[in-house]
Design a protein around this ligand. Structure first.
Ligand SMILES: *[C@@H]1O[C@H](CO)[C@@H](O)[C@H](O)[C@H]1NC(C)=O
Ligand SMILES: *[C@@H]1O[C@H](CO)[C@@H](O)[C@H](O)[C@H]1NC(C)=O
Ligand SMILES: *[C@@H]1O[C@H](CO)[C@@H](O)[C@H](O)[C@H]1NC(C)=O
Ligand SMILES: *[C@@H]1O[C@H](CO)[C@@H](O)[C@H](O)[C@H]1NC(C)=O
Ligand SMILES: *[C@@H]1O[C@H](CO)[C@@H](O)[C@H](O)[C@H]1NC(C)=O
Length: 549
């Protein structure tokens, strides 16, 4: 049998800093290859500068803002504000919330020395003893505390990757929490060669408890502001999805179509209709107790049946589509001929617009005088009848200076699209929701989903793709706002909510996790290219050939 993988390769067993290295060989007939296992207690866990330093550095900058912040906050109403879900939606919400239930320490407040220590934890490759392409690798992970004792409960947040840097190959592993301090990680074996196992603890379970608390109790830990202006008068007030009632007058910007809530404190002198723009206010500080801080001193960067894997640095997608490489701009132009591509979402969707715009010289960006990094953006290739647009999603959004006239909800935008076989809709909404209770995210997705269903009902041939979250570079400070744990929880919800619809999923989570590049909120160009290749493969499917190419 011939393939793209060398048939015979030497057998290596190598010790690597990040884990084990095995040799996987293509199986031709029923010939199997046995191997031995090397055991190594090294974790990919970078230690960052202490939390206290970071706290001190930011504290002074925060002080001036303290007075303008709400002092008291009734948090329970935050998620409830806005239209009440129907009975069916409430049932779905309960199901979604139970699907992201996360195990934690049975007892809270135990000393640090009893929490998970990644340096002492280890993993063992279980086997099977004979590995071949098409098989599966099982790894047992054993978590120990700082005293070297086995942990007895689950809830540590682990991610895992199997990769061969020399081959530009990588795939995400599926982590199964056995709830007793042991975890099982499954990797599909998809290529022949030396592979490394890498298991990373993003947070110990003790830190996840803190993140959960913050998500429920401090949804305003990222806050927003708006400028109000009329004539010579200008005032700035704090805004959010929910603000305390009954203390100061509020401006109610609840969206009439979707019912999505948004409030600002009413300016003292100006009316609510003088709102000019919206921007990120800032990040609250001093969110943690001294006790909680301990669990965020080490940080770094689970996935399901893989969506695909990298080989020779190109993403090979598993389900539903044959991946095609769009290496030259001409191929992209050919694919997009006659298409209208709408992109909605956060900056990780904007990256696609930027990629197209930079890579395809025939596309000309139309100058809409939009602020940098905010949009909206428009690019046109009138010769080939191509139109690309990008628009950010509605609040909460941490962009700087979005004009109030440009604060549009994705659902409402979708309702204004006719749709059809030449229309492509790409949506990515995730990162700006990580500081809020999950119900807020569910509600937003529900509105988007309803609009997608309406769009597909009008024009079933419309291509709709939804981008998932991706892991990012974290430090103790940013973890409190952007932890991958928040993203993973949202990711599970998103996948569940769009399951069964005629919508493609762009699995940015796995495409980042499997890649050898370090995790970044804005994935590097190589990953963006893979995503764009996948999008284009959906738009312009390669006709199946009988013979292999
Ligand atoms: C917060 O709001 C909820 C819902 O409106 C209400 O039931 C609860 O009593 C309030 N709590 C406090 C402390 O005001
Ligand atoms: C977890 O792994 C440890 C170390 O191998 C083992 O001693 C222990 O029995 C395991 N726990 C369970 C419940 O399987
Ligand atoms: C804001 O307006 C919406 C829609 O008009 C309404 O349902 C909601 O109760 C209002 N919020 C407050 C706090 O009055
Ligand atoms: C695109 O580029 C990649 C990486 O350089 C290469 O492996 C692949 O064969 C190219 N594909 C096409 C269709 O040119
Ligand atoms: C938005 O408000 C900020 C002040 O908060 C101001 O600097 C900026 O110029 C405003 N942008 C627009 C588009 O009005």
């Amino acid at each position: 049998m011939q393939g793209h993988i060398p048939r015979l390769a030497p057998i290596f067993i190598l010790l690597a800093l990040s884990g084990f290295v095995l040799l996987i060989r293509n199986i031709t007939s029923l010939e199997l290859l046995s191997f031995s296992v090397i055991y190594l207690q090294k974790w990919n866990c970078q230690t960052v500068s202490t939390f206290y330093q970071i706290q001190n550095g930011i504290y002074s900058a925060f002080k001036t803002l303290e007075t303008s912040l709400p002092t008291e906050f009734n948090h329970t109403y935050c998620a409830r504000l806005g239209q009440a879900p129907t009975v069916e939606e409430a049932r779905e919400e309960r199901y979604l919330l139970s699907s992201i239930a996360w195990p934690g320490p049975p007892v809270q407040g135990l000393p640090l020395r009893l929490s998970t220590d990644p340096a002492q934890s280890y993993f063992v490759i279980r086997g099977p003893a004979e590995l071949h392409v098409g098989g599966q690798l099982v790894v047992d992970v054993h978590m120990l505390n700082f005293m070297g004792q086995p942990k007895r409960h689950g809830g540590d947040f682990l991610v895992a990757r199997l990769h061969s840097p020399e081959l530009g190959a990588g795939v995400a592993g599926r982590v199964h929490d056995r709830l007793d301090g042991n975890y099982t990680v499954l990797f599909p074996l998809l290529w022949a060669g030396l592979v490394r196992v890498e298991v990373t603890m993003v947070h110990p379970s003790e830190a996840v408890v803190v993140l959960k608390r913050l998500r429920e109790e401090q949804p305003d830990r990222v806050y927003f502001k708006s400028l109000f202006r009329s004539g010579f008068l200008a005032e700035t007030t704090v805004c959010n999805l929910c603000l305390p009632f009954g203390q100061q007058p509020l401006c109610n910007y609840t969206d009439p179509q979707t019912g999505e809530p948004w409030y600002c404190y009413k300016p003292k002198m100006l009316g609510c209709d003088t709102r000019i723009n919206h921007s990120k206010g800032g990040y609250k500080k001093n969110l943690l107790t001294k006790y909680e801080e301990q669990f965020f001193q080490r940080v770094r960067s689970s996935t399901f049946t893989p969506a695909g894997y990298y080989y020779h640095d190109t993403w090979r997608h598993f389900t539903g589509i044959r991946m095609h490489q769009f290496n030259d701009s001409w191929a992209i132009t050919q694919c997009l001929k006659g298409k209208i591509v709408y992109m909605f979402g956060d900056s990780t969707v904007r990256q696609w617009f930027e990629y197209f715009n930079a890579f395809v010289p025939e596309l000309k960006e139309f100058n809409l005088r939009s602020p940098k990094n905010v949009g909206p953006y428009l690019a046109v290739d009138s010769r080939h009848d191509i139109l690309l647009s990008y628009r950010c999603h509605g609040p909460p959004i941490r962009f700087t200076s979005v004009s109030s006239s440009e604060m549009h909800y994705v659902a409402n935008e979708l309702d204004r699209i006719r749709g059809g076989p030449d229309t492509v809709v790409l949506v990515g909404v995730w990162s700006h929701f990580s500081t809020f209770p999950v119900e807020v995210y569910i509600r937003r997705l529900r509105h988007i989903r309803r609009a997608v269903v309406r769009l597909l009902n009008r024009e079933p041939t419309t291509l709709v793709a939804i981008r998932t979250a991706n892991p990012q570079k974290l430090d103790p400070e940013s973890s409190l706002f952007n932890s991958d744990w928040f993203s993973l929880q949202q990711d599970i919800v998103l996948r569940a909510m769009f399951r069964g619809l005629n919508v493609r999923l762009l699995d940015a989570w796995e495409m980042s996790l499997a890649h050898r590049h370090p995790h970044m909120l804005h994935p590097p160009p190589a990953i963006v290219k893979s995503m764009v290749d996948l999008i284009l493969s959906y738009i312009c499917p390669v006709r199946k050939k009988k013979r292999r190419s």
